[in-house]
Each structure stands twice: as C-alpha cells, then as structure tokens.
Design a protein around this ligand. Structure first.
Ligand code: 4NP
Length: 156
C-alpha cells in the first residue's frame, strides 16, 4: 500500500479538500487496495472537527464525498507511515521537514509542485481569503497530476 498524507495548517479547509478529491480519484480508478490517503494539520485548534463549511459546500457541488474526514494534528510517526507527504504551503512544508529530519525515503513536497505551470507555489488559505472555488480548481488539478505521478512511479 502506498500512503499519501496532505498537510495544511488547520486541517479543515485545504488538506481535507485534497484528501476528499484524492480519495475520489482512488475510488474512480479502482485503486482502493493500492493507495491510501489521509490529511493532517500542523496546528491543533480544530482537532476532531469536520471540514469547514466552505470545503463541504464545494465538495458537495462537485459530487465528492467527505464522509468520515475529521481534523487531526500531524505527529512525528506520520513521517514513518506515509511515503508521500504533501504540504499546501511553504510554512507547512517547513514544519514537515522539521519533524522529518533526515528521511530521504519520503517524498516531501508542496502540492503545487505538481502543477509546473502554476503562477503560485502555495495554495492560498481560504480560511482567510474565503475563496474556496479558486482553491478547489488548484487542488483538483494538482491532485490529478500527483495521482498520475504516483501510479507511474510506484508502477501501479
Ligand atoms: P487550513 O485553513 O489550513 O486550510 O485548514 C485554516 C483553518 C483554520 C485556521 C487557519 C487556517 N485557524 O487559524 O484556525
């Protein structure tokens, strides 16, 4: 099993959106037994909370299920569990690298690294911008590219 973890700050807006979109891709492609996905936040404010209403709405509008997704905080053990650890922005990436130390076997990257033509490197935080639509477009494009990259790299 290949394990993918999406990480943002609060784990209620961006990373649960990526988790739900990625879970949908896994399901659509019949890869449930091969790729698993989860998400976490670097902060602890929302532990146990469902996705933000804005994330829930945009996912519902696009027929993507977000059932059973609840916020949690990233822990050091996640670095051992997940082969792909994908940050939403530079701050999250810094926090993951701090936890990881030297673990060259893990692929730790920013989500928008998988959209080479992207004008921005960080997924904007809709908790502050209120623009969930913009984030949905970015995250879904990047998730599809990431999914295809993993399939090829892992020969799935
Ligand atoms: P997220 O957005 O990192 O995309 O889940 C945030 C959610 C909550 C907070 C910050 C960002 N907060 O400060 O509570």
């Amino acid at each position: 099993m290949v394990n993918v973890l999406f990480v943002c700050l609060g784990n209620i807006c961006r990373s649960p959106m990526a988790e739900a979109i990625f879970r949908d891709l896994i399901k659509e492609n019949g890869m449930e037994g091969k790729i698993a996905v989860d998400s976490a936040g670097t902060g602890d404010w929302h532990i146990g909370a469902p996705p933000h209403e804005g994330t829930q709405n945009i996912l519902s509008n696009n027929n993507i299920d977000y059932e059973n997704i609840k916020a949690r905080q990233i822990v050091k053990e996640d670095i051992d569990t997940f082969e792909y650890i994908i940050a939403m922005d530079a701050k999250n990436l810094g926090e993951i690298n701090r936890l990881a130390g030297k673990k060259p076997k893990r692929l730790i990257a920013r989500l928008l690294d998988f959209v080479p033509e992207s004008k921005v490197e960080d997924v904007p935080d809709p908790y502050f911008t209120g623009n969930f639509e913009e984030v949905y477009e970015m995250v879904s494009e990047a998730c599809l590219n990431l999914f295809n990259m993993i399939k090829e790299r892992e020969e799935l």
